[in-house]
Design a protein around this ligand. Structure first.
Ligand code: IMP
Length: 205
């Protein structure tokens, strides 16, 4: 059976394929549904946005759908940028502008109070009303300068707990072992197994 993932990002699709490779599903991406109307991400939480996207996709495709939403929550900013992570610096936002705004907003904040977390919600929605959402989190802190070239988004500022380098310096191999997205993908796997079990699709795992 098909499982549709609400992203055009091939990297994310690859991550899903990898962790679910022994399940009887074929993962297809949004690229296979060019006619799907744009889904507005206006939820107050990552969970709300992930559910909204997965619901829309499940209705449109009449198939089981998975969607994710992720971002950075900074303790000293009461959880900002949160669901606005991609658009933090306003119209025409880029990763660099977002990072510079974050540095400015934390200018007065000492090292001990620069705690933050990357968070990723993944929702699974089936046309028969089966719905579940899970969260993956990676805690760390925000550095004082942009460092490193790998990754994207806030990676050059985010220093995961237990390391003294940013995600952008540590590189993909380490990031993919501890990231919020990896943890959320791991958490959604038993949900998918439960879905198959409840629906008696395939009990061979
Ligand atoms: P999305 O869930 O792919 O839409 O991500 C929303 C925004 O959150 C991105 O544009 C980034 O700014 C930020 N973000 C999410 N995940 C990561 C990550 O793994 N590294 C750095 N930034 C991230």
């Amino acid at each position: 059976m098909e499982l549709v993932v609400a992203t055009k990002n091939e990297g994310k699709v690859r991550e899903f394929r990898k962790i679910m490779r022994d399940l009887p599903v074929e993962i297809v991406s949004l690229k296979d549904f060019p006619d799907l109307p744009d889904i507005i991400e206006d939820g107050r939480t990552f969970e709300e946005n992930a559910l909204k996207k997965a619901r829309a996709l499940a209705i449109f495709t009449k198939d089981v759908a998975i969607a994710d939403d992720s971002g950075l929550v900074v303790d000293a900013l009461s959880g900002s940028p949160g669901v606005l992570s991609a658009r933090y610096s306003g119209e025409g936002a880029t990763d660099l502008k977002n990072n510079l705004k974050l540095l400015t907003d934390l200018k007065e904040i000492p090292a001990k109070d620069r705690g933050a977390a990357f968070r990723c919600a993944i929702a699974l929605v089936a046309p028969n009303d089966f719905e579940e959402v899970v969260i993956g989190e990676c805690r760390g802190s925000i550095g004082f300068e942009i460092r490193g070239n790998e990754g994207f988004g806030y990676d050059p500022l985010f220093i995961p707990d237990g390391f003294d380098k940013t995600f952008a310096e540590l590189g993909m191999e380490i990031k993919n072992r501890i990231s919020h997205r990896f943890r959320a993908i791991k958490a959604i796997r038993p949900v998918l197994e439960k879905f198959f079990y409840v629906n008696k699709k395939d009990l061979s795992f």
